[in-house]
Design a protein around this ligand. Structure first.
Ligand SMILES: NC(=O)c1ccc[n+]([C@@H]2O[C@H](COP(=O)([O-])OP(=O)(O)OC[C@H]3O[C@@H](n4cnc5c(N)ncnc54)[C@H](OP(=O)(O)O)[C@@H]3O)[C@@H](O)[C@H]2O)c1
Length: 273
């Protein structure tokens, strides 16, 4: 039997960043497995269109628009979901973004926005939702990191550090939650074709050539691997054998060798010369 709580009309799976990319595919995969979903992102129209489509399958799908960079909006989220009559059984902290280029040329506001969404929102929602899950003895949390969390990444310094945070944080959560009936899993995808690269500021050709084609995966495959891992109670999921190998190599590579090589090759660094 899987580790995921059984679905029910008064229970919900919260997916942040559900308006596009991997998050949209998480919502689709959960609904396919019979779970009702609560969709969080800023783009309310996109969420509404997705929810309308998902609801046609017979499970609940509701829209909870929120800007996760806004602390007050994050604090209000659990209450808004409770008002809908739902208990959070599954939490997927998927919303995320990267900046691009060296920190000495960065826009401070954009860097801090990354920290709010990629780090603070994960800590905030886990801290607000886990107490109820542990009290009920049931629940599953999936935090989305990246293979970028396995190495320093000159040109995306805040992003790789944020994902290293999410990786470490979630592994600690998994340890803390042992025996409670609640699980924590961290998903570390390699490159996935979504809006992510464009939002970060990569040109299409930079995005295509930054990492070998063979490492790229589709968003639906990555989302399915994440939910499978959550259902199996896995602590870490890296979809794709080649991504597992490349993350392992990056983890073990001596930093004095790896850091200058990445700094020379990263598109965000090359454009600044
Ligand atoms: N694509 C990749 O290559 C890749 C690789 C490894 C890990 N990841 C991780 O996978 C996750 C999903 O990324 P993706 O590739 O699916 O990118 P995406 O298509 O750009 O999706 C990002 C999602 O985050 C949401 N978001 C951004 N800022 C937000 C805010 N202030 N408040 C609420 N929601 C916000 C966006 O919704 P709105 O704009 O509507 O708010 C969108 O739904 C991220 O954590 C990313 O770091 C991606």
């Amino acid at each position: 039997m899987g580790k995921l709580p059984t679905p029910g009309p008064d229970r919900t799976a919260v997916v942040t960043g559900a308006s596009s990319g991997i998050g949209e595919q998480f919502a689709r995969e959960l609904v396919r497995r019979g779970y009702g979903v609560s969709l969080v992102a800023r783009s309310a129209d996109k969420l509404r269109r997705l929810a309308d489509e998902l609801r046609a399958t017979g499970v609940h799908a509701e829209v909870v628009p929120a800007d996760l960079a806004d602390r007050a909006a994050r604090a209000a989220l659990p209450g808004r979901i409770a008002e809908l009559g739902r208990t959070v059984d599954i939490l997927i902290n998927n919303a995320g973004l990267s900046t691009l280029g060296p920190v000495h040329r960065a826009d401070v506001t954009a860097e801090l926005n990354l920290v709010e969404i990629d780090i603070a929102a994960v800590v905030d929602l886990c801290s607000r939702v886990l107490p109820g899950m542990v009290d009920r003895g049931r629940g599953a949390v999936l935090n989305v990191a990246s293979t970028a969390g396995y190495q320093p990444l000159p040109g995306q310094a805040a992003y790789s550090a944020a994902k290293a945070f999410v990786l470490s944080y979630t592994q600690s959560l998994a340890g803390e939650l042992r025996g409670t009936g609640v699980t924590a899993t961290v998903l570390c995808p390699g490159p996935v074709a979504t809006n992510f690269a464009d939002t970060a500021g990569f040109t299409p050709s930079e995005a295509e050539t930054a990492l070998p084609r063979i490492l790229w995966q589709d968003a639906d495959v990555v989302a399915r691997a994440g939910i499978d891992g959550l259902d199996q109670g896995r602590m870490v999921v890296i979809p794709g054998a080649l991504n597992r190998i490349s993350a392992g190599v990056a983890w073990l590579a001596p930093r004095r060798v790896l850091v200058p090589v990445v700094a020379r090759q990263h598109p965000g660094m090359r454009r600044e010369r």
